[in-house]
Write a protein that binds this ligand. Sequence first.
Ligand code: ZN
Length: 474
Amino acid sequence: MKKSGTTTASGPWIKRPDSGGDKIFRWRILFLFVTWIVLFAGANRLGAEQARPDPVIIIAVDTLRADRLGCYGYPRPTSPELDALAEKSVLFTRCFTPSPLTTPAFASLLTSMPPHRHGAKRNGLPIFPKVETLTDLLKARGYRTGAFISSWPLKAKLSGLDRGFDTYEEVFDKKRWLGTINPEGRAPTVNERVFEWLDRCEDEPFFLWVHYSEPHAPYLHHEEFDFDYNRWNKKLYHPDSDFSDMRNYDTEVGFVDHHIGRLIDRLGKDGLFDRAIVVFMSDHGESFGEHGERGHGRKLFNATLHVPLMVKLPRDRRAGTRMQHEVSLEDVAPTLLELLGLDRPDWMIGRDLFIPEAGRAIFSEAYKGAVHFRRGRYYHHKVEPIAYSLVQAGEKLMLSPRNHRYRFFDWIHDPLEKRNLYLKRKSRLGAWQRLLKGYVERVEDYIQISKQLVREPGSMSEEDMEKLKTLGYF
Ligand SMILES: [Zn+2]
């Protein structure tokens, strides 16, 4: 008799422990389990990446003219590293500084206010005590904050720009004047300190400001970055330029560009550069004798007013874009807050860099270089601009308030500003003059109340005065 159990046991509907069907079933379960683990882990990683705020890095080169960089059209190979950065960034072709002087310009960068509002109107004058900065806002959001600065006017006690920074390192190892005075730091030393800091905080959200001061006067000559001086096309430069100074200046640009390349290499480790928002900028340019000016600070010609600005977004977004509308360094802080999804405070006057605004007016103001006497509570009351400018749609109106002298330039067609068109265009400049006059009145009103904003008098030491003097600010 045939046992039904045998037939039943061998039928396809019964899963025996060692049957082929059971193996398939077990493999399916295993497959589903592994898939679930992989998806779960992947989702967690993605979530962690999305939740991790992008690092924010500002790379600043002091005294760097926009028109000395290849990515801004310079024919000499001064800037291969910055040109490569431009290929990954959004480059702003028309960026202007609110003031062509170190402390006022960087204070405007970090506060999104013009100098008469934040108070750091001259080198040696700090921002007003109650002024908040981008750094304060990011620190309150949990960012680790670090700054590495290399020029005496940015010293914490002279500028007040250490506000909100966990680390504010002053690097002054560059010897000047027969090795007796060190008012600046060298790019390789700045990098060294930055790399040490990065080693300590790579995995955290951070805000890092790296400041180099190589092209600042007095210019050193770096032989390895000297670019065939005999083949210079002198038509590219203003006829009053000092070519000897410019030759050394270009080697300084090449030198600092090389070390920025080393910084970017370091940031490339672990994908940090890729996921960071990187801003590259300069605080002002430099004059080499054009318009009777050497250095920077007191005049508002484009040699010192026009600055490079690039923003590299995370993961190559908008890489290689060029934006042609007029912008200001005051726009950087509110744009960063926008990119990070944070609210911008009302006191920031800058706009979003990425939203062009037709006919926008960009104002700048110039003061004397550095304070050279002890300052007190009522000092701000006495510091007034010695020049104003208004840039709009490729043209510029300038005013010297002391002698009420105006100048007008079409700088798109006359980039070296050799032709003052004021007399020729005077009858059509009524709206320009009213706009600039309105700005001047606002500045004067604010200066009248500024003595109430400074409660504690500060003072300049003999050493401060000596260091600022060596940088040409007196
Ligand atoms: Zn500067």
